[in-house]
Write a protein that binds this ligand. Structure first.
Ligand code: NDP
Ligand code: X2W
Length: 342
């Protein structure tokens, strides 16, 4: 059976990546493509790489243009999803790539996003314990932030198997497409190109509460997270380096065995052979996460590193992976396992 999908925000980076992946999806046909100020323009003006769709005209983003599809992917700035979702059929599968429905803690939402909390939808990270069952029964999906996808996958087995204390440090480097295509003051090309910089330091980044939510749920106890994002001069990719104090008497063999138990059967999470470390390049354009873990004996810490493509596993690919589950399709349908190199 075939499904139709509308993409709202089709002129943006996430919209473009959704369309690249949907063009290869055997069960989903691409329907309406919408935008904001760029409504009325050709898709090819924004995504010249999407040749088969180049002459499609972007329409306005309204409940009417999005209605009548089986699936609606929302790739819009934060704050737009609730009003649109309220006017679409309850039967429509809505996959929100924005943050509006990710957090369960209304106070944390208010603190980090400064607006009223819209609500909470099932969280689209299928690798988390219990997530697949929730996604299989929902018509509403909140796609995770790209940093939390990467860092949570790096640390999940350590918390699921109680190997570490609930105190985490995450330093994650991202390419610039994570910020979207709209001009931002900290993304002036001549300054970004020749430098690496931190931002959102000291617990200020809005992905902090998302990390806390994910890791605390897995650990079954509140986890404190110190997260520092780093901007690097490349278009795509996130590399998260994460560490936490090991519980007494936990060694490398036990740590590796735990990661193997959790990830050996995961289609998109690749635990690398011992000694090989993730790079963003190995995940470029693929819906995969590359993960490695070791023990720093002198420091008494577990160190885990994960790499993803922020636009693929980090957003659009993860969104389609979760949508596949909600539609009852094989989870891997239409999603690339292989990247692009060099
Ligand atoms: N980039 C990433 O790596 C990730 C992004 N996300 C989230 O995905 C969403 C999309 O991000 P991204 O593609 O990077 O952002 P972009 O800035 O690249 O694209 C935003 C899209 O939304 C449209 N838009 C903007 N304002 C409005 C409006 N008022 N009404 C209707 N449409 C509007 C834009 O249309 P127009 O061209 O007409 O302005 C464009 O199509 C965001 O919520 C983002 O936080 C989530 C995880 C990772
Ligand atoms: C490099 C960069 O700027 N990255 C973005 C995160 C992208 C992401 O995951 O987006 P949302 O949580 O907004 O959906 C940022 O730090 O704001």
């Amino acid at each position: 059976m075939g499904y139709t999908a509308a993409v709202a925000g089709a002129s943006g980076y996430v919209g473009g990546e959704l369309l690249r992946l949907l063009l290869a999806h055997p069960d989903i046909e691409i329907g309406a493509l919408t935008a904001g100020g760029n409504a009325g323009t050709r898709l090819g003006e924004h995504h010249p790489h999407l040749t088969p769709l180049a002459d499609r005209i972007l329409t306005e983003t309204t409940p009417e243009t999005l209605a009548g599809h089986d699936i609606v992917f929302l790739a819009l700035p934060h704050g737009h999803s609730a009003a649109l979702a309220a006017q679409l059929d309850a039967d429509t599968l809505i996959v929100d790539c924005g943050a509006d429905f990710r957090l369960a803690d209304a106070a944390a939402w208010q603190k980090f996003y400064g607006s009223d909390h819209a609500g909470t939808w099932p969280y689209g990270l299928p690798e988390l314990p219990g997530a697949r069952a929730a996604l299989a029964q929902t018509r509403r999906i909140a796609v995770p932030g790209c940093y939390p996808t990467c860092g949570t996958l790096a640390l999940m087995p350590a918390f699921a198997e109680q190997l570490v204390e609930p105190e985490v440090v995450v330093v994650a480097a991202s390419g610039t497409s994570g910020a979207g295509k709209a001009a931002k003051p900290h993304l002036i090309a001549s300054e970004v190109m020749g430098s690496v910089s931190v931002y959102g330091v000291g617990g200020a980044h809005r992905h902090n509460p998302e990390f806390v939510q994910n890791l605390s749920a897995v650990a079954g106890t509140p986890v404190r997270v110190s997260f520092t994002p780093v901007l690097v001069p490349m278009p795509r990719g996130i590399l998260a380096t994460c560490s936490a104090p090991l519980k007494p008497a936990i060694g490398l063999d036990e740590v590796r065995a735990a990661y193997q138990r959790h990830y050996d059967a995961e289609p998109f999470v690749h635990l690398l052979p011992e000694g090989q470390w993730p790079t963003t390049a190995m995940t470029l354009g693929a819906n995969t996460a590359a993960v490695q873990v070791t023990v720093d004996e002198a420091a008494g810490r577990l160190v885990a590193v994960a790499a993803i493509d922020n636009l693929t596993k980090g957003t659009a690919g993860g969104a389609i992976q979760s949508a596949n589950l909600a539609l009852g399709l094989p989870e891997t349908t239409g999603l690339p396992m292989t990247g692009v190199a060099p």
